[in-house]
Design a protein around this ligand. Structure first.
Ligand code: 13P
Ligand code: SF4
Length: 336
């Protein structure tokens, strides 16, 4: 491995989205990652849906809003983003002159993919005079076509900050959009997209689980469909769900979101039981296949060789930055 340099590593990326370089099983990846953080003044930002080992080595772990806020203020020279592509893009847009690397360039997002930029542009043109609020789970192209970005932890406040008579397009998540329409009483034009993980939960199986665990509370992410949300005792972003389990008195929870968050729930409340909400089939479809493309090995390799690096068009970054900055400003105003 020592004979591979950064330029050679770049060549290895041509077809794969990650560095396909053998890592010695003897190597202590936890120690190596700590060494690389210091050597390169690197920061590892990770989302709660990452595998437990990645969560454990991260400098900062958070939901999409907190990760964007950290990216906006980091002093690190190298940003290592353990999450999915749109999250790394957001970090790059906020730090156009810094190097942003990610363990696997192909870690995408079904929700972001549901709104290709050219189709969204045509959709937007059908609704002149509408303000576009887009969920952060979208491509940089869609961000550039938006007025304000939001996440699941600030969406309600962002919608409420807009004058009541201002028509709104909300994209790309129809489930989050429908939930927000109910919460705010605002009618919005919705883009018809969804997250493959949050649409897979089985109402029938959750109902059976509730019978078997009568004291368990159901907690759900607002990307879930309405019938699941109706079962929920609490609805929130990943950080919102985690904080709820810390302060709430129940001992058992049925958790309707991606399973990665259970690691932090279990660490902060070891005496409690967390049951992943079951999917409709017998697959592990409540694991996000995109988030789970990242591994500790790939994380180590991307830090060692600074590849794959996220490269973005400058003009696109400038346009996409405005609605993200608006989100950060409004969030700061509300102390979020
Ligand atoms: P939050 O962590 O912001 O709740 O987002 C969840 C999600 O689906 C990220 O892909
Ligand atoms: Fe996208 Fe859903 Fe995976 Fe989040 S959990 S990255 S919204 S596919």
């Amino acid at each position: 491995m020592a004979d591979i340099n950064i330029e050679m590593a770049k060549q290895k990326l041509t077809t794969k989205g990650f560095l396909d370089i053998a890592v010695s099983p003897q190597l202590d990846l936890f120690l190596e990652i700590e060494r690389l953080k210091k050597e390169k003044n690197a920061v590892v930002l990770a989302h709660y849906y990452q595998e437990a080992d990645i969560q454990d080595v991260a400098d900062f772990l958070g939901d999409s809003l907190a990760l964007a806020q950290q990216a906006a203020k980091t002093k690190a020279d190298l940003i290592v983003f353990a999450g999915v592509h749109f999250m790394a893009e957001t970090a790059k847009i906020l730090n156009p002159d810094k190097k942003v690397v990610l363990p696997d360039l192909k870690a995408g997002c079904s929700l972001a993919d549901s709104a290709p930029g050219y189709l969204f542009k045509a959709f937007k043109e059908k609704y002149p005079g509408h303000l576009v609020i887009s969920y952060i789970n979208c491509s940089a192209e869609v961000k550039a076509l938006s007025d304000i970005i939001c996440t699941s932890s600030n969406a309600e406040k962002i919608i409420e900050s807009v004058p009541k008579d201002q028509p709104i397009i909300f994209a790309p998540d129809r489930n989050l959009g429908a939930y927000l329409m109910k919460k705010t009483g605002r009618n919005m034009v919705l883009w018809d997209g969804a997250c493959m993980v949050h649409e897979i939960f089985s109402l029938e199986k959750i109902t059976k689980l509730k019978i078997r665990h009568p004291k368990a509370k159901v907690i759900a992410h607002p990307e879930c469909e309405d019938p699941i949300l109706r079962q929920a005792d609490f609805i929130g972003s990943t950080t919102g769900l985690l904080n709820y389990t810390k302060r709430d008195g129940a001992m058992e929870y049925i958790v309707a979101t991606e399973t990665g968050i259970l690691h932090q729930m279990q660490l902060s409340s070891p005496q409690k039981t967390f049951i992943p909400a079951p999917p409709t089939t017998n697959c592990a479809c409540n694991d996000c296949p995109h988030m789970k493309l990242n591994t500790l090995e790939k994380l180590y390799l991307c830090m060692e060789y600074e590849q794959p690096e996220l490269i973005m068009d400058r003009d696109l970054m400038i346009t996409a930055r405005k609605p993200i900055e608006r989100m950060l400003e409004i969030s700061a105003r509300y102390g979020l």
